[in-house]
Design a protein around this ligand. Structure first.
Ligand code: KG4
Ligand code: ZN
Length: 347
């Protein structure tokens, strides 16, 4: 008998549901919350309320697209951690209620592990072990993936996430939230070697982006005269604005190049440390065209095998929860109904 999993993702500002059969995705529905656009970031309370409005229609739509009845579902998978607690609770309570009323097992999924396993959706034969660079708005991690249920974080950011570095830079440049995709767009017509931003010297396989953010701030404040803080160099608001307007594409291309080089440098180091030459990307920042091109070039140069999920499986989605749920189902890793949602990212 084939195994059908219904999966629910509600960790941040996307209400998503998916159905998979034996690991093949039948539907992948996402309702993106528009309500945050005016606030420059996700407002947690508004996110929770929006999940409440969207969750029933999104789940119904996922079942309809998969052409499957709720009663044919074998287990309910949902994002249990990490994320915004109010958002997690909506999806969690909904999943538990369904599991209880249908008398089907509940599967608790870790959002970051699901991002990694999104790579299995289009590459079901991807063999273990592989290394995954997971880059999102909240996380930047290097994960050693030994099996679908055994993963280890071998490096992570000690401050900002890569997505935050993109979004905060965009904010400094006066671009709306989330600015990552806009930086990517402007960078396409900019000169990446025009401005050189510093690469942080961080030990091991960890990352840091807060120094880069500060150097960009100072650079813009003094209209490109220095990366360091010199009060006497600070330009007028008008001069700063003009500098940004006249150099927007080059600024975006230069910042993007630096963020990508920081990420790929550590990925290369992780290959050297672990000896694992199969590499994968995951998370929303994996949509970045500079990063995608960079990993492709690196893989060709050093003869790594590389994998990148399609864009719809990089940004937050429920198909990644479904594939993870399927593997946990095979491993009989079920959760009790009194399990709590957790905002923290403990592995
Ligand atoms: O994984 P995700 O959808 O949500 C989180 O779990 O955080 O990632 C969202 C992040 C945001 O910071 C957004 O700016 C960034 O991914 N992002 C991009 C691009 N598309 C999304 N950053 C750079 N270039 C892109 N094309
Ligand atoms: Zn995510």
């Amino acid at each position: 008998m084939p195994t059908h999993i219904l999966a629910i993702e509600s960790s941040c500002d996307e209400t998503a549901a998916s159905v998979c059969v034996d690991g093949a995705i039948l539907s992948n529905e996402v309702a993106t919350q528009e309500v945050h656009a005016n606030f420059g970031g996700v407002v947690p309370e508004l996110a929770s309320r929006s999940h409440l409005q969207h969750i029933v229609p999104v789940v119904e739509q996922a079942l309809r697209k998969a052409n499957i009845s709720l009663y044919a579902i074998d287990a309910i998978a949902y994002t249990q951690s990490p994320g915004l607690i109010g958002s997690l609770l909506v999806g969690g309570q909904f999943a538990k209620s369904l599991a209880l009323s249908l008398d089907k097992p509940l599967i608790a999924v870790h959002h970051m592990q699901a991002h990694v396993l999104a790579n299995l959706i289009e590459h079901p034969t991807l063999s273990f072990p592989f290394l995954c660079l997971t880059v999102s708005g909240g996380h930047t991690q290097l994960v050693k993936c030994e099996s679908a249920t055994k993963m280890e974080v071998i490096g992570e950011t000690i401050d900002d996430a890569a997505g935050e570095a993109f979004d905060k830079t965009a904010k400094l440049l006066g671009l709306p939230y989330p600015g990552g995709p806009l930086i990517d767009e402007y960078a396409k017509s900019g000169k990446a070697n025009r401005f050189v931003f510093p690469e942080p010297q961080i030990a091991d396989l960890n990352f840091s982006f807060s120094g880069l953010k500060t150097s960009i701030l100072y650079f813009l404040q003094n209209a490109g005269k220095s990366h360091a803080y010199h009060p006497e160099l600070i330009a007028s608001a008008q001069e700063q604005q003009t500098f940004i307007q006249e150099n927007l594409e080059d600024l975006c291309a230069s910042v993007q190049q630096r963020i990508v080089s920081i990420l790929l440098h550590k990925l290369k180091k992780a290959v050297a440390v672990t000896g694992i030459k199969q590499i994968a990307l995951a998370g929303g920042v994996a949509a970045n065209s500079g990063l995608r091109k960079g990993i492709e070039e690196m893989a060709q140069k050093y003869q790594y095998q590389y994998y990148i999920p399609s864009l719809r499986y990089c940004t937050d989605n429920a198909a990644m929860i479904a594939i993870t749920g399927y593997h946990k189902f095979l491993a009989k890793q079920f959760a009790p109904l009194d399990i709590r949602s957790s905002a923290k990212a403990t592995w």
